[in-house]
Design a protein around this ligand. Structure first.
Ligand SMILES: *Cc1c(COP(=O)(O)O)cnc(C)c1O
Length: 382
């Protein structure tokens, strides 16, 4: 019996997304091996942090890099570094409410739940534009001597309503203000590891270690300018400073490094082709099922260039709703997690383990099934 089973915790087949509440991602063998190796030695954590950072910077074609305790932790450290530099006395000023330079500019169209990680440093988020549009003069007018940084959330799904990143960087740099790019879920494409910083000139960019990289769930990667990465490290553990509650262990450090090495060596074209085949298989299996309409959806919910399946349920269906379908799948054993969209559920191929794509068998009245096994019987729609 596994430890999960002994605790009465059900397995989840994840066709939703790489979500923290579902455990994020699964670690492949090289990552598990690296974490296990890390657990066998004591080391000087400062030495490990510097060495892993240098190696990660080389691998990702950046000036410098730092392993963090997740992308949200990277947002926190990046904000602190832009406000305070590497000055521990400034951290005290911040805690005393005396730090003036603490404004972080964000597009209204970029407000996301994770910007709380910026606000919780004590920074004040200054919003520009509206959900539909932003003008360059709005960014120019928002910048003043108290501006610490511009925070830009990357992703095709958030482009509408915001200035392009290149223009944002030009305007910010003209005023000497650094730009932080939150690219937590913007892998693939793998090139994003250097695109925002080396190619577009952003000062810092950050990625989740526990999403498509399939590194340790509690890890993140921060890349960018030497001086700013050094300032991030100055406020991070093992120093006993502001970032200490978000400490990174030696296991996460080696695990993330192994994950990045693995990710760079993957054949990403072949991966996407594999996802396309799974989506085509689903489409074929669901063709001509009454009451639903299945189609390929692209890009996915995070704006990543990979396909997924969108199953729309006829709003007038007598027995089935998208909501009840999702609930029924979730309540089974194993649980099956699917994404939600208006009157629809979504299925992502890239979070599934090999073979799981055939396990979605939903018998609902007249059957909506991918295989021969019925997992679920739909009750009448309430
Ligand atoms: C997932 C995500 C985060 C948080 O990432 P963690 O690695 O889980 O801390 C931050 N920003 C965005 C845009 C995300 O999608």
């Amino acid at each position: 019996m596994s430890m999960y089973e002994s605790l009465g915790v059900r397995r989840v087949i994840n066709a939703d997304a790489r979500l923290t509440r579902l455990g994020g991602s699964l670690m492949p063998e090289p990552v598990r091996r690296a974490m296990d190796e890390a657990a066998h030695w004591y080391v000087d954590m400062f030495e490990l942090q510097r060495a892993a950072g240098r190696r990660l910077a080389e691998l990702t074609h950046n000036e410098a890099a730092l392993v963090t305790g997740g992308a949200a932790a990277a947002l926190y450290l990046a904000t602190v570094a832009c406000m305070l530099g590497d000055d521990p006395a400034a951290a005290q000023r911040l805690l005393d409410g005396q730090q003036h330079k603490r404004e972080v500019i964000i597009h209204c169209a970029h407000r996301i739940p994770y910007d709380l990680a910026v606000a919780q440093t004590g920074a004040r988020l200054v919003q520009i534009g509206n959900v539909l549009q932003t003008f360059s003069w709005e960014l120019e007018a928002a910048i003043n001597e108290n501006t610490a940084a511009v925070l830009y959330i990357a992703g095709a799904h958030l482009e509408r309503g915001a200035l392009p990143l290149a223009e944002t960087i030009t305007i910010a740099h003209r005023a000497g203000v650094p730009v932080i790019v939150d690219a937590a879920a913007q892998l693939p494409p793998v090139e994003n590891l250097w695109h925002f910083t080396r190619d577009l000139g952003a000062d810092l960019a950050l990625f989740s270690g526990g999403k498509d990289l399939c590194g340790p769930q509690a890890s993140g990667l921060l890349v960018g300018k030497h001086s700013l990465i050094a300032a991030c490290a100055a406020h991070a553990a093992p120093n006993q400073r502001l970032g200490r509650p978000m400490k990174v262990g030696k296991e996460e450090t080696l695990g993330l490094l192994a994950a990045v090495e693995r990710y760079l060596a993957l054949d990403h074209g072949a991966r996407v082709a594999h996802f396309e085949r799974i989506v085509a298989y689903w489409l074929d299996a669901l063709a001509r099922v009454p009451g639903i309409l299945a189609r390929r959806d692209f890009p996915n919910e995070a704006g990543q260039p990979t396909p997924r399946l969108l199953i729309s349920v006829d709003a007038a269906h007598p027995r089935l709703s998208a909501h009840s379908l999702r609930e029924l799948l979730w309540q089974g054993d194993p649980r099956i997690a699917v994404g939600s969209a208006p009157n629809a559920i979504t299925l992502t191929p890239d979070t599934l383990e090999p073979g799981e794509e055939g396990k979605f068998s939903i018998a609902c009245g007249r059957s909506l099934r991918f295989s021969d096994v019925a997992l679920v019987n739909c009750p009448s729609r309430a």
